[in-house]
Design a protein around this ligand. Structure first.
Ligand code: GUN
Length: 300
């Protein structure tokens, strides 16, 4: 195995440390405490885990954490009323509505009812438009985390060939915009892309975000390329015992690590960066709301 392993767990801890420092300075100099509200509708077990983890880390960096847990059959009007009250609450700088929402709720309508300045997920249509036109926005957390790791590893990304595999609104599309913003030559590949292996083989940077376990094998990777694996897939692992599972990414790790220059593992790569960037976005939102300079190194 030749690739340098990019340690997302350590990187995320460093980012949370920078956020905590920023929070402490805001408190000391301006008597301000950034506040993050998370809204969870229903009882999806995976979402429960995320929301608990978000709340814990929010408090750990010194911010105010608020959770709104609503029944699975909550009406759209009631959910919109909760968001309206959070939009109007000056102690709340970031609002996150955990996705997916129950089927009877219109996700686009709900997300677009969040004040764009408090949209720390970066999913509001205004933030999508601002990012697409290279203006100051709130940037989706997972792509922001990937960008931070890439900048840390490469320094400048200018002129590099980047291939993003996956075209989701949450990861693929904003990732492509961020890489373009850093002057990469960007290709977005997807399930209908012709000659996908050849397209990926051209890349100096591969970001895999398709949600298909181990789909990208090592022989698609250009020697020395940087591989960012956004996938988190659970596979059965009978070799570990009955009913056991293991987490794998969208990249076949062993074969890719043998040819890549650098690679993020799963778990311990991109995953921990998402919450760290959520906290970074909340700090940024608080600074912007109060006309203060933004924290350095924590924005796109
Ligand atoms: N569900 C899974 N990932 C995310 C995310 O990044 N933000 C929100 N709001 N919900 C999610």
């Amino acid at each position: 195995m030749s690739a340098q392993v990019i340690d997302g767990k350590a990187f995320a801890a460093k980012v949370r440390g920078q956020v905590a420092e920023g929070v402490s300075k805001l408190r000391a100099d301006h008597d301000l405490v950034p506040g993050l509200a998370v809204v969870l509708v229903g009882e999806d077990p995976a979402s429960e885990v995320y929301v608990r983890s978000k709340g814990k880390m929010t408090v750990e960096v010194g911010m105010k954490s608020v959770e709104h847990r609503l029944d699975a059959d909550t009406s759209e009007a009631d959910l919109l009323a909760v968001i309206k009250s959070l939009n109007e609450d000056a102690s709340i700088h970031g609002i996150l509505v955990q996705l997916p929402l129950p089927k009877h709720l219109n996700e686009d309508l709900v997300i677009n009812s969040i004040d764009p300045a408090k949209d720390v997920d970066g999913f509001h249509i205004s933030n999508v438009g601002l990012l697409g036109t290279g203006q100051k926005s709130m940037v989706p957390c997972t792509p922001l985390g990937c960008l931070m790791m890439l900048r840390d590893h490469h320094g400048s990304l200018s002129g590099l060939d980047a291939v993003v595999v996956g075209r989701s609104n949450i990861v693929g599309k904003p990732m492509a915009q961020l890489l373009l913003g850093d002057s990469c030559t960007v290709t977005i590949a997807h399930s209908r892309t012709k000659d996908l292996p050849d397209v990926v083989r051209r890349a100096d940077i591969v970001v895999a975000a398709v949600g298909r376990p181990e789909m990208v094998p090592g022989d698609w990777i250009k020697p020395g390329a940087t591989v960012i694996d956004v996938g988190i897939n659970r596979l059965d692992a009978p070799e570990k015992g009955e009913g056991k599972t293991r987490l794998v990414g969208d990249v076949h790790y062993e074969s890719a690590a043998a040819v890549a220059g650098a690679i993020t593992p799963v778990p311990g790569g991109v995953g921990p960066m998402t919450i760290a960037c959520l906290l970074a976005n909340t700090l940024t939102a608080c600074c912007r709301a109060n006309g203060l300079p933004e924290p350095e190194g924590l924005t796109a």
